[in-house]
Design a binder for this molecule. Structure first.
Ligand code: PLP
Length: 244
């Protein structure tokens, strides 16, 4: 860690916060409505700590085996960890009580497994584990997520699981050269959320987790309440294996 890196990180965070505020203001929203989750996957703990010193309090990780040691080493009371990547059933036991929110619920099977683990884990004050349902809006076969047509019926089943709390929806937009091309995906997620709000009113539906480095401003214009930003904050990731 050198001074140069810290200055770069500070400048990146300031720039991202500025663009979040601009996008919010363009559509008459307040910037405080939007939670910035800094995606720290593949980044060492020293960088995470530096980002925290620069005011970042929400961090996103996509792999359980990478996230768990980071959380164990860095879990101050004002730090919030988000699980944003695909969750394998055999790793579910490790995530309960670790993450403020799990963004990647994409099947009943996964929800039931998570619910069973949450039941045996004593969450503070009988709290439920907050989760988001990941929806494959773009329909790309390469993407995880629930088919939009089946979200309502799946939601009804998941709401019967007493240790989970559905708080909203998450999606990944397709990789496109122009962020405007992602707009229909974000808009469709918002419209789906509005439908769910009517159909399943017992959930809050307060969160739309959408928008990454290349498209977060468009996502905010379309109603994102959580943006998940990696490269614009931490710089390019070194490609290795399955991490994106
Ligand atoms: C890596 C990742 C991000 C962040 O992507 P950037 O393009 O670096 O901003 C957001 N969401 C998920 C699910 C990711 O895996």
């Amino acid at each position: 860690m050198n001074m140069h890196q810290k200055e770069m990180l500070a400048a990146n965070i300031t720039a991202v916060r500025g663009k979040i505020a601009e996008a919010a203001q363009r559509v008459g929203r307040r910037p405080e409505e939007i939670t910035l989750v800094a995606v720290s996957k593949t980044k060492p703990l020293e960088i995470v700590k530096l980002a925290y010193e620069l005011g970042i309090t929400h961090f996103g990780e996509n792999r359980v085996q990478e996230a768990v040691p980071k959380i164990a080493a860095f879990h101050l009371s004002d730090i919030h960890w988000h699980m944003i990547g695909h969750l394998q059933k055999n790793k579910v036991g490790k995530v309960i009580g670790q993450f403020e929110c799990i963004h990647s619920i994409d099947s009943l099977d996964l929800a039931e497994t998570l619910n069973r683990h949450a039941a045996s884990f004593n969450l503070t004050g009988g709290q439920r584990q907050p989760v988001l349902l990941q929806v494959n809006i773009s329909g790309e076969t390469s993407k995880e997520g629930i088919e939009p047509d089946t979200v309502i019926s799946l939601t009804r089943q998941i709401t019967t699981l007493e240790h989970l709390e559905i708080q909203g929806l998450m999606t990944l937009a397709p990789l496109v050269d122009n962020p405007e091309k992602a707009r229909p995906v974000f808009r469709a997620l918002r419209e789906l959320r509005d439908r769910l709000h009517n159909e399943v009113p017992e959930c809050s539906w307060q969160h739309l987790s959408m928008g990454m480095t290349d498209d977060y401003q468009v996502a905010i214009e379309e109603g994102a309440t959580i943006v998940r930003i990696g490269r614009a904050i931490f710089g390019e990731r070194i490609k290795k294996g399955t991490s994106q």
